[in-house]
Design a protein around this ligand. Structure first.
Ligand SMILES: O=P(O)(O)OC[C@H]1O[C@H](O)[C@H](O)[C@@H](O)[C@@H]1O
Length: 619
């Protein structure tokens, strides 16, 4: 579902907040002075504070929301917080797991999407993280553990921030709120050593649902070891279910009192952004303004990434005029903040061309993903972004291994191995899978410095394997700055030239074949088992076809080459879906590959092949 834009109606009375916000624009301050700490709301005189009425603040909802969407209007028919806490089972909590994240519905009003991240559920999850953290750190009480909390621009952020803070405070840990922040900054706060900013923290929580629609939200958790994995998230949700069982209205009310006394606020984004600025200056030979003369436009999609223009590019000397959608707005009224989204990429491309900029940079909502556009409007996205990052990293570390996700192209492998002299390790889909694999390879003696996904997630060894869209862009800026310093032309040509030899398929499509979980063919079984059966059948089906070659090394699904192209059919990481990626030199060749898949899966009636059928009929 696309992000919905509209006005907020709370308890059926139309509030003026959002309208007002749209008129005056939501702004944040970027004063650069000592961290501001206080114990009471609102965050005044501080950094990253919201001024005016933000769309995020106007809908501070109570735990039990109901409502409906009508002609672009969101109704938040909020009930008072005193409503009895509804019964929830462990299974309800486990349903909130999305790989290594937690995700749910935080805003009522979308048909068929009841609120699952209520205040008590959120508070229980935060308390469970605190308990997990104390156990992991074998906290004996001699050190007062603290947890940092940040959020993106979603309209449910304030409500969840309050609930998370209560859960942490009631568990006896210190709460350090950062306000609007990026996911990578939250991880970084577990590593920064600066007591003035209450760092390092023992754990960090980012409140975000990445690019998902406005009504969703979720949590990512970090310690200094990195993001929590699937097993830890399951453990936390199980603990949360137990904590929740003991919640009563009184417990819930008491926690509000306790939290209000133990919350501190810190402008950590200033630390994070000044580290990015220092990295570029250092790479350019300690020049104060290495990007002077460059015109770079940023598109933050009204997510949390607006800081990059004023706090990173401008101090480095770049002109950022024409940057767009920098102000946070949780209804994402312009486009979904997602470099994988075609409308989003069109928006930044048009901004580059209109402003005659040297480079365009786009982030997802919580800034752990990014992409770029060169001065001619060509995208550095998906395989092309990986190729560019590989070229940069392989210049620094000749011969090193580049770890990528499974949907990368054959052309990328040729580019990395034949042109750049590196090794391409094509692993599984999922940013955590890719990063963990890179760390594992290093530990068994296979040198690798870059783990990157076609989705725009990317992590470098030199940056603590931190999955950081902003740092990826810093590496690109370093390249621009050093080329300028050594007298090589201007603009982004130096970047475009680096990927000149990347072969790109004329046709690249992703079709997502849904598994109908209620279909009798599943016999009440799990969709993953059905999906595995489809893949097994596919493997046997193509075995005897001389026109197709199985990928010699493959870690996920079925990948075949043929008709000058390739396809990969695999199970989605989270959804009851078999994504099918096809790349080919022409539409006809892509259709031939599609027909192979269509023939192989035709007996699987629970699989919705309508998109594939449409695709193969368009010859
Ligand atoms: O398997 P899919 O449904 O295509 O989803 C794959 C994606 O799932 C999540 O969003 C992860 O954060 C991404 O790293 C991954 O690429």
């Amino acid at each position: 579902m696309a992000a919905l834009s509209g006005k907020i109606v709370k308890n059926v009375f139309v509030t003026q907040g959002y309208q007002q916000n749209r008129k005056v624009g939501t702004q944040y301050h970027w004063d650069s002075c000592m961290p501001y700490m206080c114990n009471s709301l609102p965050f005044q005189g501080g950094k990253l504070a919201w001024t005016g009425t933000s769309s995020m603040q106007i809908c501070t909802l109570s735990p039990y929301q109901s409502g409906f969407v009508n002609r672009g209007t969101v109704y938040c028919n909020a009930a008072p917080s005193t409503t009895a806490i509804p019964y929830l089972d462990k299974v309800d909590f486990l349903k909130l797991q999305n790989g290594s994240d937690i995700r749910g519905v935080a805003i009522a009003g979308v048909e068929g999407e009841p609120v699952s991240l209520t205040e008590p559920v959120t508070e229980a999850i935060a308390a469970a993280f605190a308990a997990w953290l104390l156990e992991k750190k074998k906290d004996d009480g001699s050190h007062h553990s603290r947890v940092s909390i940040g959020h993106d621009s979603r309209i449910s952020a304030q409500m969840l921030l309050d609930a998370v803070s209560r859960g942490i405070a009631v568990a006896g840990l210190g709460v350090v709120q950062y306000g609007l922040a990026s996911t990578p900054a939250m991880f970084k706060s577990t590593l920064t050593k600066d007591e003035a900013f209450l760092c390092p923290v023992d754990g960090a929580i980012m409140i975000t649902a990445s690019h998902l629609p406005f009504n969703r939200n979720g949590f990512k958790f970090f310690t200094s070891d990195g993001g929590l994995g699937k097993a830890d998230i399951k453990n936390i949700l199980e603990r949360a279910a137990d904590i929740y069982k003991n919640f009563t209205d009184d417990v819930f009310k008491n926690s509000k009192t306790k939290a209000s006394t133990s919350v501190k606020r810190v402008d950590y984004m200033t630390v994070y952004t000044s580290d990015l600025v220092s990295a570029v200056r250092k790479a350019a030979g300690n020049i104060e303004k290495p990007l002077e003369g460059f015109h770079i436009v940023v598109d933050a999609g009204n997510g949390a990434g607006g800081f990059f223009a004023a706090k990173v590019l401008e101090p480095l000397g770049a002109l950022t005029a024409g940057s767009q959608f920098l102000e946070p707005d949780g209804l994402f009224p312009n486009h979904i903040p997602n470099p994988e989204d075609k409308t989003a990429m069109k928006a930044i491309t048009e901004a580059v061309l209109k402003n005659k900029a040297d480079l365009g940079i786009i982030f997802d909502t919580d800034v752990d993903r990014s992409a770029a556009v060169d001065s001619t409007g060509r995208e550095f996205n998906r395989n092309r972004l990986i190729a560019l990052m590989s070229a940069i990293v392989l210049e620094e570390h000749p011969g090193t291994t580049i770890v990528t996700d499974s949907v990368t192209s054959d052309g990328l492998t040729t580019f990395i191995e034949k042109k750049l002299g590196g090794k391409h390790h094509r692993f599984k889909r999922g940013y955590k899978n890719v990063i963990d694999e890179a760390i594992r390879l290093n530990s068994v003696g296979v040198e690798t410095h870059l783990a990157i996904e076609t989705s725009g997630h990317g992590a470098l060894k030199e940056n603590h394997w931190l999955d950081d869209g902003a740092y990826l862009m810093v590496k690109i800026l370093n390249k621009l700055a050093s080329a300028r310093a050594s007298g090589v032309g201007g603009g982004s040509k130096v970047l475009t030239d680096l990927v000149e030899d990347l072969e790109e398929a004329a046709v690249a499509v992703e079709l997502r074949l849904k598994i109908d979980q209620s279909h009798p063919d599943l016999k009440g079984g799990y969709f993953r088992d059905y999906g595995e059966a489809v893949l097994k059948h596919m493997e046997n089906f193509i075995e005897s076809d001389p026109k197709l070659q199985k990928a010699p090394v493959n870690y996920e699904g079925v990948r075949l080459s043929g008709f000058g192209g390739w396809f990969l059919l695999r199970l989605s990481l989270h959804d009851p879906v078999l994504p099918l990626n096809i790349e080919a030199p022409s539409h006809d060749d892509a259709v031939k590959l599609g027909l192979v898949v269509a023939a192989a899966v035709k007996e699987f009636h629970a699989l919705d092949t309508s998109d594939l059928d449409k695709f193969v009929q368009t010859t």
